[in-house]
Design a protein around this ligand. Structure first.
Ligand SMILES: NC(=O)c1ccc[n+]([C@@H]2O[C@H](COP(=O)([O-])OP(=O)(O)OC[C@H]3O[C@@H](n4cnc5c(N)ncnc54)[C@H](O)[C@@H]3O)[C@@H](O)[C@H]2O)c1
Ligand SMILES: CC(C)C[C@H](N)C(=O)O
Length: 364
């Protein structure tokens, strides 16, 4: 793998490889772009089959955070970490503390939080070693687990998507297929159930499926059968690249709206959804509730302020559909444009300020 070629392709700033023999830590921190501010993005722990797969995930996710933070109007750049290992078997205290020391070594260029496979308890361990972590226990004045807030944002964004797809933003009576009923999707299912939606769920974890069946009357299907269900909305809430050549022809829905990062395997899959008349709510906009919530900690966490801002995901998704129609481009491109234009504007205006400008870290 030609790593510098890859970094050059999408203009990545920095990849940091972190190794600690005692704890077994093998982590890759990707800092994609810090034009808007320090790179904020979660830490994913996953049992990657190869190191190449881990690097690929880190860089795709890191770039996604640049776009997410920019589109959300945050003064933050984008980055992400992947830790190679099984989150159910390989975690230990020393691992997260060693990771925290690596984060501290970056002196604020990167700020971490939760992602798939990591929890508030892991963030508390990281906090023992660094100031640059969010999503730690509320007892430390933090916002805690970002997942329920992400779910609230996805719910709001799904309603905006429903308005576009069905001409009405009510989800009552709609059938929603949910792929992966983990931390985010469990709360999403709760909102959908409360509004009167019917749920069809799949997960590779049988316990997670059972919980959704028991708590929300969801119908369970096998993981590979989730795409072909007769439904109105598909909510991908597990891993990325699930909108691809195999899955698109199976979809019978009119709307794709879920929390997973990097849902489109390639950009052309966004074009394909558009061509088939399936409305797509861009992933990094609809799932930005968690990062908006943890970013609020950098100003001294205020729940009311954070939730109010997360609620505006409805308007952001609607705005993307407007740009999409105005410019005659698919929604994923409209979202990219929104983020890229903001980064360009800020980069231009910054050139007229002094180097020690007002920034989020200096205000902590
Ligand atoms: N947690 C957040 O605040 C947040 C914020 C933004 C985006 N996201 C993204 O949302 C997605 C879900 O995050 P989460 O925090 O809920 O993670 P999670 O690990 O709690 O949940 C993911 C669930 O997906 C299941 N899963 C994995 N592969 C599957 C497959 N092939 N088919 C069906 N189920 C499968 C897992 O068993 C798990 O239950 C991830 O892509 C994550 O990056 C999360
Ligand atoms: C900063 C975190 C809340 C990041 C989150 N896992 C996301 O992908 O947005």
């Amino acid at each position: 793998m030609a790593i510098f070629d890859k970094m050059e392709q999408h203009d990545y700033e920095q990849l940091v490889f972190c190794q600690d023999k005692t704890s077994g830590l093998k982590a890759i921190i990707c800092i994609h772009d810090t034009t808007l501010g320090p790179a904020l993005g979660g830490t994913r722990m996953w049992n990657y089959a190869t190191e190449e797969e881990a690097i690929e995930d880190a860089i795709r996710l890191g770039r996604g955070m640049t776009y997410k933070n920019a589109a959300a109007g945050l003064n933050l750049g984008g980055g992400k970490t992947v830790i190679i290992g099984d989150p159910l078997k390989d975690k230990n205290e020393e691992m997260f503390r060693a990771f925290g020391r690596f984060v501290q070594g970056l002196n604020g260029r990167y700020i971490t939080a939760e992602d798939v496979g990591t929890t508030v308890a892991d963030m508390d361990l990281i906090r023992e070693e660094t100031d640059f972590v969010t999503g730690v226990s509320p007892a430390f004045g933090s916002s805690g687990n970002p997942s329920p807030v992400t779910a609230y944002g996805v719910y709001k964004g799904m309603k905006a998507g429903a308005l576009e797809a069905f001409g009405d933003d009510s989800l009552e009576g709609k059938t929603v297929t949910v792929q992966g009923v983990g931390n985010v999707a469990y709360t999403l299912c709760k909102h959908l159930h409360e509004e009167g939606a019917k749920l069809i769920v799949s997960d590779i974890n049988e316990e997670a499926v059972q919980r959704a069946v028991n708590d929300f009357g969801a119908v369970a299907v096998a993981p590979n059968d989730i795409y072909s269900q007769e439904a109105d909305i598909f909510a991908p809430c597990a891993m990325g690249a699930i909108i691809n050549d195999d899955t698109i022809p199976q979809l019978k829905v009119k709307l794709v709206a879920g929390s997973a990062n990097n849902q489109l395997k390639e950009e052309r899959h966004g074009d394909e959804l558009e061509a088939r008349g399936i409305v797509y709510t861009p992933d990094f906009v609809i799932n930005s509730g968690g990062v908006i919530n943890v970013a609020d900690e950098l100003y001294g966490y205020n729940e009311e302020r954070a939730l109010k801002r997360v609620g505006t995901i409805y308007d952001s998704i609607s705005k993307i559909f407007e740009i999409s129609k105005r410019d005659g481009i698919p929604s994923y491109k409209a979202a990219d444009r929104l983020a890229e234009e903001r980064i360009e504007r800020v980069a231009k205006s910054r050139s007229s300020f002094l180097r020690n400008e007002h920034n989020i870290i200096s205000r902590r």
